[in-house]
Design a protein around this ligand. Structure first.
Ligand code: 1DF
Ligand code: MN
Length: 351
């Protein structure tokens, strides 16, 4: 780190971290009950079997920090020069729970707990809504309450919903509500569904290291290629972890998508109003959560535009203050850096 990290905008911009996680006690208890029951999917077993029980320094730190929405978190933000954090209930939210009533209650009470924290630290914490997408009707009501009563700024959905995807018809009310309420939809990874995980656990590659990006980018591409953004041209999709790799591959994705359409290869893929470049530059927003890596950030800015790339830390999963210093030193213009750290988040989350 080449300079001191302070809050308050002394470098010409505030730092807003946009993919920051918290948990509630009853959420972690419910996930761990599921793991212990032996009925969780392999991805949940691998992730929470580890994060929920390992005595390692890393997992102990993460468990303690997830559950805190007070001085510990504020102190970590102060020490890293983070002015504001956009907070969401940690992955997988309540999406893996077998009991819908339990899932709805944990999501709703989690939103209330987050609201209280945002009221206690009004210039530091901002909320994203937790829903239970396995119950779309409940989720639509909670989106309304989250926006209108709680004053939250977006919704986080933790990728697949028991192996199902948001482009499927049963989830249309959720997409419509996000568009109608002007709430950005952040798709965050979780453990892979059994239909996809293959031997990734055996290979040690199922989690944040690799599997997350495979499954979440797949989810996002399903939305793009099935015309969600023709139906909802104002809907904004947010993706973390360097947009889950998509900008790097965009030329090939678009080329093969067009080629498939021209030859009528897949019955489900219908011609769209625009090509994939258009949707990536009009309907997709990216954060660099977990990826404080200049080449990736510059590629995203070049491919998606400087108004669509935002800073995120991924606290507490990746809390390294020296990475903030590395981002301050990025070789992008001062105007781009202010957009990256501050004004893009203010604009897209309406802070
Ligand atoms: C990890 C990262 C695990 C994230 C997560 O859930 C998670 C990790 C258990 O580092 O293994 O949500 N993340 O936010 O990227
Ligand atoms: Mn995250």
């Amino acid at each position: 780190m080449s300079h001191e990290l302070k809050t308050g905008g002394d470098r010409g911009y505030l730092r807003i971290a946009t993919e920051e996680a918290f948990a509630t006690h009853e959420q972690l208890d419910a996930i761990m009950d599921l793991v212990r029951s032996g009925h969780a999917d392999q991805g949940t077993m691998s992730l929470w079997g580890f994060y929920g029980t390992s005595p390692s320094e890393r997992t102990t730190f993460i468990r303690e920090r997830l559950l805190d929405l007070g001085e510990l978190r504020i102190g970590a933000m102060d020490a890293a020069g983070i002015d504001k954090a956009v907070l969401a209930m940690t992955s997988p939210g309540v999406q893996n729970l077998p009991d819908d009533e339990q899932a709805r209650g944990i999501a709703r009470r989690g939103n209330d707990i987050l609201k209280a924290a945002c009221e206690k630290y009004p210039d530091r914490f901002y909320g994203m809504i937790a829903v239970a997408p396995q119950d779309p009707a409940f989720s639509v009501e909670e989106l309304k309450r989250g926006k209108e009563e709680l004053g939250f700024h977006g919704v986080q959905i933790n990728s697949h919903i028991k192996g199902h995807y948001l482009d499927e018809e049963q989830f249309e009310p959720i997409l419509k509500a996000c568009a109608d309420l002007d709430l950005p939809l952040y798709i965050h990874p979780q453990g892979l569904p059994d239909s996809m995980i293959g031997d990734m656990v055996g290979a040690g590659l199922d989690g944040a290291i690799y599997g997350f990006a495979v499954e979440t980018s797949y989810h996002a591409l399903r939305l793009l290629t099935t015309g969600v953004f023709d139906r909802y041209p104002n809907l904004q999709l947010m993706l973390g972890h360097g947009c889950e790799g998509l900008p790097y591959m965009l030329y090939r994705l678009n080329y093969m998508h067009q080629a498939g359409l021209r030859s009528g290869r897949y019955p489900r893929l219908k011609p769209l109003q625009h090509d994939l470049f258009h949707y990536m530059r009009t309907n997709v927003l990216a954060t660099n959560s977990g990826l404080p890596f200049g080449p990736a950030i510059k590629t995203m800015i070049e491919v998606m535009g400087e108004d669509r790339v935002m800073y995120a830390m991924d606290y507490p999963y990746q809390y390294l203050p020296e990475e903030v210093g590395m981002m301050d030193d990025l070789d992008i213009t001062d105007a781009q850096k202010k957009k990256f750290f501050q004004t893009n988040a203010e604009r897209w989350f309406k802070l």
